[in-house]
Design a protein around this ligand. Structure first.
Ligand code: ZN
Length: 275
């Protein structure tokens, strides 16, 4: 499959990625990551490095997965959720017009994706204090600001990390934090637009019509849904397979999910014949 952005390595962009065959072991690891106290960006990095086979032609170590842009990470987490069996997801919302609660379904693999613009992962910006380049924010940047409460400080940290070259028109500037103090509100808007132009994007909102009053509602669609998918199922499956075939837990967990599902169906069918 192809990433909307891609890994930037040796001045080349590589968009390919693939997951490993899904086993029960991986599902257990994911359940443990989801239930841990780690920050969301850290959970995403762990989940992806535990399940990816290759990304951008490379082995998916934690530090490599951190260098992928935010939308690439969201995109892979959504594909992982589909891979785990959640293509169709039912969400519940309260209508902002009539107050009625309603359910609506999304097909995760059909949600819109905007591919990266030209120049990705770099965005050139002409500001009041000169021309410079920014890098599209990635997982490591998210991690760096995950514990910063103050939004202004978070923005400052993000800018410091994402500035690639300082303008050569300025003299006497020691580092990027000095530079950031000189830029104005209008520059910030330009920076935001420039980064948005090249950054890929994954839909995190969708419009749904209320079945009661037909009013339009904007719904949030979590790209990290696979961290919330239940892990209780895997224990029931281990129990069913172990008590039927007397296989060990290790054997069951090392089996590809598809094979596990086939045996479970056979057990269901033979039970149906007995009952
Ligand atoms: Zn309504």
């Amino acid at each position: 499959m192809q990433l909307p952005g891609g890994l930037w390595h040796n001045n080349q962009r590589n968009r390919r990625f693939s997951f490993r065959p899904l086993t029960g072991e991986m599902e257990l690891v994911l359940a443990e990551i989801a239930g841990s106290d780690a920050s969301l960006p850290a959970k995403v990095t762990s989940a992806l490095s535990a399940t990816l086979d290759r990304v951008g032609g490379e082995v998916p170590t934690g530090s490599l997965v951190e260098t992928l842009c935010v939308a690439d990470r969201q995109f892979m987490m959504r594909i992982l959720s589909v891979y785990l069996g959640a293509e169709e997801v039912w969400l519940t919302a309260r209508c902002k017009h009539c107050g009625e609660q309603f359910d609506f379904m999304v097909n995760q693999s059909e949600l819109p994706v905007k591919e990266a613009g030209e120049g990705f992962p770099f965005a050139p910006v002409e500001t009041s204090v000169g021309f410079y380049r920014l890098r599209v924010p990635n997982g490591a940047d998210q991690l760096a600001i995950a514990t910063v409460d103050n939004s202004e400080a978070a923005l400052q940290t993000l800018l410091e990390r994402c500035i690639m070259d300082l303008p050569d028109t300025l003299e006497g500037l020691e580092d990027s934090s000095d530079f950031i103090k000189k830029i104005r509100a209008e520059d910030l808007r330009k920076i935001e637009t420039a980064v948005e132009n090249v950054a890929p994007e994954v839909a995190t909102m969708a419009q749904a019509a209320c079945p009661e009053c037909k009013g339009a509602n904007i719904m949030e669609i979590d790209p990290y849904m696979c961290l919330k998918q239940g892990s209780a199922g895997i224990f029931t499956e281990i129990h069913t397979l172990a008590s039927t075939y007397h296989w060990s837990e290790t054997d069951i967990l090392s089996m590809p999910k598809i094979r596990r599902q086939r045996y479970l169906k056979l057990i269901d069918r033979s039970r149906g014949m007995v009952d």
